[in-house]
Structure formats: structure tokens, C-alpha cells
Design a protein. Structure first.
Length: 427
């Protein structure tokens, strides 16, 4: 960078910070959240859970005419909010989510972590160390953005479950709890965000930038010095008639991990699987599974092809019952998520291609025949054992079920014995 940028000491003028699309999305989000919080608070009528005063609940209900109209408006506003963000995500991936969100709003670097540490120490009166230079967003704003982008999908999904009663009453009940909890987390962050932007004197230029799109250059110089230097460098390049440099951004550790061509180490994969198992117990009240979902798929096909046989059969009649949809089960949707997650993982890592993993001593046809045979035997065995390696071993083992440990010992014993006879498939 030239010395002119480094020696600049008294910056003046205005710098463009936000594009019109960002400003419009910001205020659409703010207005929608104000409406949703207002109507959502009025919908909570029970004395045990209501946090808004009764006069407020009565007033908002009277404005909409009835609680039914109030609920319809709340759902309609939520669906509009989801639709707008979906459009931005699909059609504005490169210009909005990639450049604005991933590269600017949530891209925490070493200076950001040092800023958070020093800022906390300065608040506690334990340090006078100067704050590190910041980009277009400071570390506090980035942390708020990270929290928001984590919570938004949860709020959207749980809101849809509540609105359309997807799943059992247990699923809907947990959706209510999670929806309220995530909204509360976002609101707590919004209170700080609004105070810092609209009330805190030092950050008021950032608030007005969401109206005009511009900030004073002096403000950028003092509070977002790294971004200010980038802007001045680009101005110099434009003045000299040189093209704007576009270096490839360094991928974050998360993106690097997601795009690894190699599979994750077993320890990290096991940690992720354990956290996923814990989440299913907390959210839907049951563990993971696989064979149960495939059983319901087959029961559904039988109910279409031979409904009389399925309803009279001593085994299939447990799944095919009048008034109870066969596919309305957590494991059915879990398997869809597993398939989509595997597809996404393979796409990110560049592994989407048709291959037959086998040893050099057998043909692809033999390998496919053995795979189908082994899968069929495993499926029958899982049903006889009333669970598979996920439904019985993992989920059962997590609650210290004796059957889970017996099952896993049998699996390992059979695996060692079978490996002696089938090792030529791989070697």
C-alpha cells in the first residue's frame, strides 16, 4: 500500500458502506421482527407463560378483531420473512450471502478475537491496551451476526412446525419451546445491537449508514481502520487506471473442513455424531435410528400395493393402522436428512461420482452382489434385534441399555469372524 494511505491523518468526506439491497433487507427484517414480536407476545395468553401485560394482549387482539386473525397475521408475516430470505439466499448468493455475510459479517480473524479480549478487559478496567484495527464490521457486530445466522434457521423451521403442526404433538411441543428460546436469544442480542447503534454516541454513524448507506470517513478511520485502508487503496488504483485486485479469500477452517477430500478423522466424526444424538434426544425425545425408517418406507409401499395384506399381517399391521400415516415418524425424515447431508458433503468435497469400492481380486458385479446380500442380512438382523447400530447400539447405549451392549459385542464378534472369510473383497 502506498505511503499516501499510511500517512493520511485527517480524513474527511463520506464513504459508502452499504448498498441499497442491504439497507432494504435490514429494514424489512427490522419491521418484520417488530410485527412478529408484537403479535407473538399478544398470542401468549396463559398466565403461566405470558410476559406482556394483559392490557397489551387485549389491545393487540382488538386491533386484529380476534385471536384467529392475530394468529393468521403472525403466520403470514413469518412466511413472508422466510420467503424473502430464501429469495436472497438463492438469487443473491454471490452478491449478498457470499460477499456480504461470509466474507464480511461473520469472518472472524485474529484481530477480531484480540479485539474481543481487550474490549472485555477494558470494560473491567484491567487493560489500557489499544484495540486492534477492525474491518467494515467490528468483532462485536460479527459475533452478533454469527448468533443471528445460527438462530434464524432454527426460528424458521420451528415456526413452520408450529404453524402447520408437522409431526407429533411431542415434536410440536418441543418446537414451541425451541422457538421461544431462540427468539429470546435473538431479542437479547437485538437490545444490545439497537442500543449500540441508535443510542451509543460513538456508533451513531453506523446507525445512520443503514439509512443513507454512507459513513463519515473520520468514523471509518477511527473505528474500522482496516476497511478504511482497503477503500483508500481501491481509490488510488481507480485513480491510476489500474484494475481492482480480487484475491481469492482464504477459506475459513469450517469451510476447509467441509471441503476436505479426505474423510474426517474418526474422533471428530464421533464427537459430531454424539452431539447429534444428544440433540435428537433434547429436540424430539428419542435417539437416532435407520432400520426403523426403512421399515416404514416398506410398510408404506405395502399399504399401497397390498393394503389388505399389510393391515392383516401380524408384523406390518403394527405400522399400517387406520387414521395413522405410516410415514409420519421422525426416523423417516431423519433418513431424508442423512441422504441430503451425504449428498451435500460429497458435493462440497468433490466426491460426487459413481465408483465401486472393492479389492483387486473380485469383479464389480460380485462386489455389488455381496453388498446387496450383506445389506439384506443386516436389515433382517436389525429387525430381529429390534434395532440397528444406530437405533439400538448408539441410542440404546447412550441410555445404558443392556441389549445395546450385547448387540455391539455380537456385531464386533461377527465382524471379526466374517472378515476372515471376506477379506479378499478388499485385499
Amino acid at each position: 500500500m502506498s505511503s499516501a494511505v499510511q500517512m493520511h491523518s485527517t480524513p474527511t468526506g463520506m464513504i459508502k458502506k452499504h448498498h441499497v439491497a442491504i439497507i432494504l433487507l435490514h429494514w424489512f427484517n427490522a419491521i418484520t421482527w417488530l410485527l412478529e414480536l408484537t403479535t407473538g407476545a399478544a398470542l401468549i395468553q396463559s398466565e403461566h407463560f405470558r410476559f406482556a401485560p394483559l392490557w397489551f394482549v387485549t389491545m393487540i387482539t382488538e386491533v386484529f378483531g380476534s385471536r384467529a386473525n392475530l394468529l393468521r397475521f403472525h403466520i403470514a408475516a413469518g412466511l413472508t420473512w422466510i420467503t424473502v430470505f430464501a429469495v436472497y439466499g438463492i438469487f443473491g448468493w454471490q452478491t449478498y450471502f457470499h460477499q456480504e455475510v461470509l466474507e464480511r459479517e461473520v469472518a472472524l480473524d485474529r484481530d477480531d478475537f484480540n479485539w474481543l479480549r481487550i474490549r472485555l478487559l477494558r470494560i473491567l478496567g484491567r487493560s489500557n491496551e489499544p484495540l486492534p484495527p477492525q474491518g467494515i464490521y467490528n468483532a462485536g457486530q460479527k459475533m452478533f451476526a454469527v448468533m443471528v445466522y445460527i438462530m434464524f434457521p432454527i426460528i424458521m423451521v420451528t415456526g413452520l412446525i408450529m404453524a402447520f403442526h408437522w409431526g407429533s404433538m411431542t415434536v410440536v411441543g418441543w418446537a414451541v419451546v425451541i422457538h421461544f428460546a431462540t427468539v429470546a436469544v435473538v431479542v437479547s442480542g437485538l437490545m444490545v445491537h439497537v442500543y449500540m447503534g441508535a443510542v451509543f454516541p460513538e456508533e451513531k454513524p453506523a446507525f445512520f449508514s443503514m439509512i443513507t448507506g454512507m459513513v463519515p470517513e473520520e468514523f471509518a478511520y477511527k473505528h474500522h481502520h482496516k476497511w478504511w485502508k482497503e477503500v483508500k487503496m481501491l481509490e488510488e488504483l481507480h485513480a491510476a487506471g489500474q484494475p481492482e485486485p480480487r484475491p481469492a479469500p482464504a477459506p475459513s477452517r469450517l469451510l476447509t473442513a467441509l471441503r476436505m477430500k479426505e474423510y474426517w478423522p474418526g474422533y471428530w466424526a464421533g464427537l459430531g455424531l454424539g452431539l447429534t444424538l444428544l440433540a435428537t434426544f433434547l429436540i424430539v425425545g428419542q435417539g437416532l435410528g435407520a432400520s426403523g425408517g426403512f421399515t416404514r418406507y416398506l410398510a408404506f409401499i405395502l399399504s399401497l400395493v397390498a393394503p389388505g395384506y399389510a393391515s392383516a399381517h401380524p408384523y406390518w399391521s403394527n405400522y399400517v393402522q387406520p387414521g395413522q400415516p405410516v410415514l409420519m415418524d421422525f426416523l423417516v425424515f431423519e433418513l431424508i436428512g442423512v441422504a441430503l447431508g451425504g449428498l451435500l458433503s460429497g458435493w462440497l468435497a468433490g466426491r460426487l461420482k459413481w465408483t465401486t469400492d472393492k479389492g483387486p481380486r473380485i469383479s464389480p458385479k460380485t462386489r455389488w452382489m455381496l453388498a446387496f446380500l450383506g445389506g439384506a442380512i443386516s436389515g433382517v438382523g436389525a429387525r430381529m434385534a429390534r434395532g440397528c447400530t444406530s437405533g439400538l447400539a448408539l441410542s440404546g447405549g447412550s441410555v445404558l441399555s443392556a441389549g445395546a451392549f450385547v448387540f455391539m459385542l455380537a456385531v464386533f464378534a461377527a465382524g471379526f469372524v466374517g472378515a476372515f472369510f471376506l477379506r479378499r473383497i478388499w485385499l
